[in-house]
Write a protein that binds this ligand. Sequence first.
Ligand code: C5P
Length: 216
Amino acid sequence: MLDNKPPVLTIDGPGGAGKGTISRLAAGKLGWHYLDSGALYRLLGLSATEHGTSVDDETGLCELALSLQIRFGAGQDESVYLDEREVSHLIRTEQAGTMASKVAAWPGVRAALLDRQRRFRQMPGLVADGRDMGTVVFSDAARKIFLTASAEERAERRYKQLIAKGIDVKIGDLLADIQTRDERDSQRAVAPLKPADDAVVVDTTAVSYTHLTLPT
Ligand code: C5P
């Protein structure tokens, strides 16, 4: 059956597997739009912290999710704005990731962010990066990738990134954070982290990104 919906390439997987890097690269090469769905949950987590909304208050979080004023930089510009305030660095901390994963576990929150994510599907196409892009949000996408790597490898990559930025961290703490987040994301009742049945699973544990070839 022919439909006129813009094409979507979904790239799902656990945190630190390189989805962001690969998705931006793919979007740039294809000239498509890019959705960083994790940033939406991170922004909601930040907004909840700033408004004093508890991570246990599903109703309050849903209201916040519906009213979030957010904006992303265009193209390769990775800036993210909340209420026109640049919060790009604030949402990238480990704490922001943990907060995001807590608010993301609520079914109501996920439902509240669904339309907002689907509105990114515009011509000429969309590369959508997240946990449930291929299973829920764009389940009709023609191309789905599930990008993964061992927790140890992901912790080591993150460690190197942070040390290079002069941020002092312990690799054991990073590994523990990653494992806790993986478990919360995989065990939740709604839209858990898992490959779509029709996804191509790519394990990058032993691969540097420069050796990956994306499907054409
Ligand atoms: O991808 P990123 O690390 O920015 O995602 C932060 C958190 O947001 C994840 O740990 C996950 O709990 C949540 N998330 C989600 N569904 C998505 C994207 C992210 O639940 N599609």
